[in-house]
Design a protein around this ligand. Sequence first.
Ligand SMILES: NC(=O)c1ccc[n+]([C@@H]2O[C@H](COP(=O)([O-])OP(=O)(O)OC[C@H]3O[C@@H](n4cnc5c(N)ncnc54)[C@H](O)[C@@H]3O)[C@@H](O)[C@H]2O)c1
Length: 381
Amino acid sequence: MDTLGVVMNGVTGRMGYRQHLVRSVLAINEQGGVELSDGRRVTLRPVLVGRSAAKLEAIAARHGIPDWTTDLGAALADDRNAVYFDAQITNARIGAVTRAIEAGKHVYTEKPTAENLDDAVALARAAREAGVKNGVVADKLFLPGLLKLRRLIDGGFFGRILSVRGEFGYWVFEGDWQPAQRPSWNYRAEDGGGIVLDMFPHWAYVLENLFGRIEAVTARAVTHVEERVDEHGRPYKVTAADAAYAIFELAGGVVAQINSSWAVRVNRDELVEFQVDGTHGSAVAGLRRCRVQHRSATPMPVWNPDLPVTEPFREQWQEVPDNAEFGNGFKTQWEMFVRHVVEDAPFPYDLASGARGVQLAELGLRSSAEGVRVEVPGAGA
Ligand SMILES: NC(=O)c1ccc[n+]([C@@H]2O[C@H](COP(=O)([O-])OP(=O)(O)OC[C@H]3O[C@@H](n4cnc5c(N)ncnc54)[C@H](O)[C@@H]3O)[C@@H](O)[C@H]2O)c1
């Protein structure tokens, strides 16, 4: 059995620990590794890297992981480590990933790949010039709801797709009378926070992979909750947007409108939902569920405010069956990346696509600041 050494930076964080270390890398090893096309299997040897020896040691002990260090340079200098993975706070990413590329490592990273387009493009270019494999997390595409949506698109269910309406968000507590459920850096622009930089990279790969290239963006980013309380109980000023209301114009005339908010209370079935309307049918896809209404089953409501609602609209939709076992999306993408590294299997979510995500965030912020519609120039890297 082959073993791939993976340097994992940021494993003390929410995403790095739960989704990437426990639910992906350790879960892959528990299932006996990643199966390659010739039947061989590859297991992963995580090397935990971070700033706090105590925290790393505790995680390593909890999971029986022998290798951890606070010395990134030493981990990168070790020839047994072929891959570098980064789930650090966003503004720490560019420096560490650049070092990994310079050390000749294949790199896999959380999004956003950088805080601005210049850095994101430089990173993509550096990886290409160094000839290292590179990938960016695109987890939303692997959600069961979106996999079913993809199936509908591939099966021609929609006819011509007209529009997409996305609703993402939930109430993030301010941190005073109840603890905040997200880290405080998310609300400080100077620390790489803000909902635009956080969520537009997701919308970029979701839209371009499912519906088409993004040609223009009009966005309004706002800070609704202006003061919050951090992890240490200290009040701080919110310097980044906590909500963004955006219209994305896609190739082929599809209009996608997506609200992203950490200052909204949920009256939906799931924390994110996309409604897709096409000439032949419509669908509402969430994290797990997907429901459809075909043109043949579309009711004919008549606007009349004098009468009570005549139709049970929500009940008129049909559930799309799973028809498959959906594993953890982060793990699925890790398996894809390992196959990409070991046997050159395709992996479309590279640093260039990550740069398009950062570009969309940058253009969205510009649109909001200037109050204008912004066209998306060439894809960058
Ligand atoms: N794919 C997704 O759905 C998704 C969801 C949430 C976050 N993310 C991304 O994952 C990354 C990590 O987010 P998170 O929510 O896990 O954050 P977190 O605050 O929980 O974890 C941050 C990690 O970075 C490390 N770090 C390194 N330098 C730091 C510094 N100077 N200050 C603070 N922490 C530092 C921390 O030790 C920790 O391990 C971010 O880039 C974020 O955009 C992705």
